[in-house]
Design a protein around this ligand. Structure first.
Ligand code: UD1
Length: 335
């Protein structure tokens, strides 16, 4: 029986596939390369020394998706397919609602048609909006998302809750990621944002490499220890292992709907990240203080206790690992 990984060539999808293969799972992968490359698929095979079936398709293509379910014995699905650029989602909301939500619906309908009911969904801490208190637990209020990307995550979570309410033989796990950074230690797979990055770590590495001139630190007047925004950065390999644990949980339970925060439980500021990066890599990160970015919040970090207790999962990698591995990936790309 195989796990279907959608969007498997992307940043989190590729790292998760490595960990699933390392754990001895059978994989079928689909990706349309809208934000990734074939090279990532080849590199996942290189890292693990294992082979798997790959289809270049878009998950909105119902006919081709059905063929994947017909040609393989699929037991569960992990959905990474989806657009994720926050700024673009504000400018092109329909593109985001159509791709992310309609894609998830086509995928879930296809699963239903073929009697596959185990589903792991890539959600985000963005569903908590501006949290009332930190650390954030899974029972904290959701809503108040500040951009269409975040709203697609919120709506898909609601769709999953409704599906489970209507038919409680579904076995669903929603994983709310905090801020994924880092890369595989081989330097063969990592994060490749197209154009100028939005997120902090990809921006820092490009300033360190000389590709971008200066980091703008968005606000130093927040109510945090140094005035800059605080987030829960998590190494992508730890995050990937969280998915293996989620699949194992679904395999153990016959049905249910489970929600877990995947974070470290520690918050670091923008300046903490700049300094950690400099000391882990010996590179200098040129920065200036700039105005706050619209939609940003002061502080966001997880209470990861539930994932530890119920999945037996805990983030292990340090901030130094995150910085070193992010840099190692970029250095390899440049050489
Ligand atoms: C962002 C998204 C969130 C998404 C997540 C994916 C917004 C408002 N939120 O979260 O929906 O799920 O990415 O990882 O975009 N920063 C700078 N300078 C920069 C870039 C970032 O100072 O050039 C600061 C930000 O103000 C923030 C911190 O670094 O305090 C982290 O920012 P970022 O990496 O963009 O993540 P989030 O905003 O937490």
């Amino acid at each position: 029986m195989a796990i279907l990984v959608t969007g498997g060539a992307g940043f989190i999808g590729s790292h998760t596939t490595v960990e699933l293969l390392n754990a001895g799972k059978e994989i079928v992968m689909i990706d349309d390369f809208s934000n990734s490359k074939m090279e990532a698929v080849e590199n996942v095979k290189k890292i693990t020394g294992k082979d798997f079936k790959f289809y270049e398709i878009n998950y909105l293509d119902r006919e081709k998706l059905e063929k994947v379910f017909e040609e393989n014995k699929i037991d569960s699905v992990i959905n990474f397919a989806g657009f994720k650029a926050v700024g673009e989602s504000v400018k092109e909301p329909l593109k985001y609602y159509y791709n992310n939500i309609s894609g998830a619906i086509v995928l879930l309908q296809t699963m239903q048609k073929y009697g596959v009911k185990k589903f792991v969904f890539s959600s985000s801490a963005t569903v908590y909006g501006d949290p009332e208190t930190v650390p954030i637990t899974e029972t904290s209020k959701v809503g108040g998302t500040t951009n269409p990307y975040g709203t697609t995550k919120l709506y898909i979570e609601q769709i999953l809750k409704d599906i489970y309410k209507a038919d409680n033989s579904w076995d669903i796990c929603i994983l709310r990621y905090f801020n994924p950074v880092g890369a595989h230690s081989s330097g063969l797979i990592g994060e490749e944002p197209q154009g100028i990055p939005n997120n902090l770590m990809p921006y820092i590495v490009r300033v360190a490499s000389g590709e971008l001139e200066q980091l703008s630190v968005f606000g130093n007047d927040y109510n945090t220890h140094d005035g800059t925004g605080v987030r829960d950065y998590i190494h992508v390999v730890d995050l990937a292992i969280g998915h293996v644990k989620a699949i194992e949980k679904l395999d153990k339970e016959n049905s249910g709907l489970y929600i877990y925060n995947l974070g470290t439980g520690k918050g670091y500021s923008v300046l903490d990240m700049v300094h950690a990066f400099e000391s882990a890599t010996g590179k200098t990160v040129n920065y200036k203080i700039a105005p706050r970015r619209t939609g940003d919040i002061a502080t966001c970090f997880a209470d990861p206790t539930k994932a530890k207790e119920e999945l037996g999962w805990e983030a292990k990698k340090t901030l130094e690992d995150m910085c070193r591995d992010s840099w190692n990936y970029i250095e390899k790309q440049m050489s």
